[in-house]
Design a protein around this ligand. Structure first.
Ligand code: GLC
Ligand code: GLC
Length: 819
């Protein structure tokens, strides 16, 4: 069953009924100011950091679901009889009065919610203009009645007292600190501004206000909710001023619409900072200095400026999505690559795992391994920003070569609460740096001085950071010569040194073992991959010694894997603190895992001698399901103290044998590497959100973006997705389909084209911007596809890499024959 449809031409998903199985959301904002918005206008807003600079409140895990957001109420003022009062939410929530029509269009950086009731049509467009720290809600009202209409329009948001964690905890303080100012029609939220904050929020409207409220209770009425505010019901706001308790922004506009008349109203919610020494106006007072905020507010209360800003935003997305477009025989491939997968990659790049409808925005900052992987799918979209991100991440590396597991986006400092010792973390930096270099050829990045742990004076060139990453692993090997796992490897929930017996302890940060025994085959595979990248990088730099050292290290690790990490039919997963194997025929539960199959083959292991094929056949036999490939089998049916969080989840969920989508593209890549285009693309489609659209009642999450997890075959809810949007699945799916299945892959020496496509495809077309040149690529199948021959601008070239064209070239035509 579907709840909407794709409008590919406009790059939108159109939701046609408001009660989707879960809130289906979108993101607003491109750089510093971000918002989440659901199909019924739920959600919240923050500046840079969802924990430290939250502008508006949102309560997770609420009933009803998704309560709190950017609310507009419409009231029919022609009905004077109060028993017969009619008010509604044009976004359906929070009032939930049935609408005569409803449609929500989620697009690239904007959402439009359109509905009709009692002859009044309303359309609200929400977006964040580029380069601004504000959001616009532009509502267009149309009177379709055969008589004029008197309406009241109300807006409402609830301010957050900036630190979202404290806001939801420290009520003894925060019930007393709320402060606002109302000047010239604008509501300013200024809690803590008098003391150590130099920022405030504003809520403005293009129309003259008939009234406002800033105190929540005055607006809602005692013991009432957002579904039936007393003030909306009565058609009158009371001009309340918040002193402590819950400051809100609510505005009232009276509108008279003639027959057929249309009217636009703009609401602006924004964030503004003042210099420390210019916070007050007049100086010495406690009143906000609004000199620099006012022009910004004035500008965006103008409908022409708003239209212009919206056009700019569309151009920005044209520019980004234009970097790579494809036309294949499969609609799901096209739609995801050209639109939604690229979009999701941008969102994960911006927000890592910090704020979604499943990530509360208070716990998880920017993940070191996560952001490095997100970059793999993002780097070609905005390389300048990828460069900055690599340097920021490297600056949170520790002198040991280890890394903080997370950092706060506002401060860019490593998070001490979570700390380090996730032993895979540093290796991902090598992969992201290599991807950046292959994309851009900007070797200067390796010379950039970068500190350790952000300590001034500790700077070394990025190249040294990468070397420390490699050394971090080789200095931490276990009894089988495999890398020690530390707190966890890619799988946060495989906590082999934790042994936690106390409820509530964090599996990730509790360490009860010395950590000298438990080893990870996954890190071993990742190490081989990273060391080979390091060798390629060093060789291009002319650092022959470094190159050889990296190759030797990779070779030694490969030997260790074949000796202790190969089980006969697949790669093993780990050795626990007792030195017992995991992910082997010997195990009763957890006999085979997906991760080492993916990563070891991606590192090149077993491709020549058939062992890769064997491992992938085992994946197909034991792990693949119609809803994707599960993480391991058999699922853990009880808690194993020596394995940690993985065995804490009920079977089939999350890391306990769920379809943890992030890992599936590794198998697609591995299949493509051994030439299995059919299998690779089949796996791709099993978790492709668009291909799952028709089973939305089972999948339940948004059909336009990937989710972290789809419940596995051991779960009651087999096939149900959870934790949509912020997942490494976005970047890896993008890499798998674009670089390995379609085979268009940057190298140090040029763009490689080596497709491994399904046998039913007769070819495809792609346009790829690469180092300032537009490559127009036509692929035609003339045979089974084992060999690739290229013609570049009509001339045959040897191999499958398109040589870098001479300076000044703008466009290159490539014909590819698969024979
Ligand atoms: C989450 C984490 C990621 C981890 C994965 C598997 O997605 O963000 O870092 O690799 O879970 O545990
Ligand atoms: C939990 C989640 C896992 C996530 C980890 C990190 O263990 O199950 O997916 O990566 O937390 O916070």
């Amino acid at each position: 069953m579907r709840y909407g449809y794709f409008d590919d031409e406009h790059r939108e998903y159109v939701i046609t009924q408001p009660d989707t199985p879960l809130p289906w959301i979108n993101y607003l904002g491109s750089e510093d100011y971000f918002g989440l918005i659901s199909n019924t206008a739920g959600g919240y807003t923050f500046f840079k950091d969802a924990r430290l600079r939250r502008l508006t409140r949102y309560r997770y895990n609420n009933a009803p679901l998704d309560m709190g957001g950017r609310y507009i109420y419409l009231r029919d003022d022609d009905r004077t009889d109060s028993d017969n009062s009619l008010f509604w939410s044009p976004s359906w929530m929070p009032v939930r009065r049935p609408l005569d029509s409803y449609e929500c269009r989620h697009g690239m950086g904007y959402t439009v919610i359109k509905s009709k009731l009692a002859g009044i049509e309303s359309q609200t467009r929400y977006f964040v203009p580029l380069g601004e720290n504000l959001e616009i809600w532009e509502i267009t009202l149309t009177n379709h009645r055969d008589q004029s209409a008197n309406l009241s329009v109300f807006s409402a948001i609830e301010f957050c007292l900036w630190d979202a964690l404290d806001d939801a905890n420290n009520f003894q303080r925060n019930y007393s600190i709320g402060e606002v100012e109302i000047i010239d029609n604008v509501i300013y939220h200024k809690s803590e501004y008098r003391e150590r904050r130099d920022h405030f929020a504003y809520f403005a409207c293009s129309e003259k206000l008939a009234g406002y409220d800033t105190d929540r209770e005055a607006f809602l009425g005692p013991y009432r909710g957002w579904n039936s505010p007393q003030a909306v019901e009565a058609g009158r706001l009371s001009g309340s001023i918040a002193h402590g308790w819950q400051p809100i922004g609510a505005q009232h506009i009276k509108v008279r619409l003639k027959v057929g008349e249309q009217k636009k109203i703009i609401f602006l919610l924004g964030y503004h900072e003042n210099p420390k020494d210019a916070k007050f106006d007049p100086p010495g007072s406690q009143t906000i200095n609004k000199k620099t905020a006012k022009p910004v507010i004035a500008r965006y209360l103008n409908t022409d400026q708003v239209e212009e800003a919206f056009i700019e935003l569309s151009k920005y997305w044209d520019h980004i999505l234009d970097k790579f477009t494809v036309h294949t025989p499969d609609i799901h491939t096209d739609r995801m690559l050209n639109i939604w997968n690229a979009y999701q990659v941008m969102i994960t790049f911006n927000l890592s795992r910090s704020a979604s409808y499943f990530e509360s925005g208070v716990g998880r900052g920017m993940g070191f391994r996560d952001s490095n992987q997100d970059l793999l799918g993002f780097v070609h979209l905005l390389p300048e920003r990828a460069r900055e991100r690599i340097l920021d991440l490297a600056a949170t590396q520790l002198p040991t070569g280890g890394a903080y597991h997370q950092y706060q986006p506002l401060t860019k400092r490593g998070n001490n609460d979570v700390g380090s010792n996730f032993n895979d973390d540093p290796l991902w930096l090598v992969l992201s740096a290599a991807a950046y270099l292959k994309e851009t050829g900007d070797w200067s990045i390796l010379k950039e001085p970068v500190p350790y742990d952000n300590q001034p004076g500790s700077e070394e060139p990025l190249y040294r950071h990468l070397q420390r990453s490699i050394r971090y692993t080789t200095e931490r090997l276990g009894p089988h010569g495999l890398p020690l796992i530390g707190r966890a490897d890619w799988n946060d929930c495989l906590n082999l040194n934790c042994f936690s017996e106390a409820p509530g302890q964090s599996f990730q940060t509790t360490t009860n073992k010395e950590g000298k025994v438990a080893e990870s085959v996954f890190i071993a595979g990742l190490f081989v991959l990273a060391a080979k990248e390091m060798a390629g990088l060093a060789s291009n730099l002319g650092e022959k010694g470094d190159m050889e050292a990296a190759l030797i290290a990779a070779e030694e690790m490969e030997q260790a894997i074949w000796k202790a990490g190969w089980d006969g039919d697949w790669f093993r997963r780990a050795y626990d603190d007792f030195g017992h194997v995991l992910g082997s025929q010997e195990n009763v539960e957890g006999r085979i895992f997906i991760e080492p199959q993916g990563i070891c083959i991606m590192a090149g292991l077993g491709i020549e001698d058939g062992r890769a094929r064997k491992a992938l056949d085992s994946v197909a036999r034991h792990l693949a399901t119609p809803h994707g490939i599960v993480l391991h089998q058999p699922a853990f049916t009880k808690y194993y103290v020596h394995l940690g969080e993985i065995s804490s989840y009920p079977p089939g969920y999350k890391e306990n044998a769920g379809v943890f989508c992030h890992t599936n593209p590794w198998i697609m890549i591995a299949e493509a590497m051994i030439g299995h285009g059919d299998r690779a693309h089949d796996y791709y489609l099993r978790i492709n959100p668009s291909a799952r659209e028709q089973i939305s009642e089972v999948h339940r999450c948004e059909p336009y973006v990937s989710a972290q997890m789809i419940a596995g075959k051991d779960a009651a809810g087999f096939g149900e997705a959870k934790n949509s949007w912020l997942t490494g699945t976005a970047a890896w799916n993008y890499v798998a389909i674009s670089q390995w299945i379609l085979g268009i892959r940057p190298t140090y020496d040029g763009l490689r084209v080596a497709p491994v496509i399904p046998s039913a495809w007769s070819g495809f077309e792609a346009i790829r911007n690469y180092r300032g040149v537009r490559y127009i690529i036509q692929v035609q199948r003339k045979g089974p596809g084992g060999t690739v021959s290229l013609k570049v601008d009509g001339k045959p070239v040897t191999g499958n890499v398109i040589p870098l064209p001479s300076a000044g070239t703008k466009e290159v035509h490539v014909n590819v024959r698969l024979a």
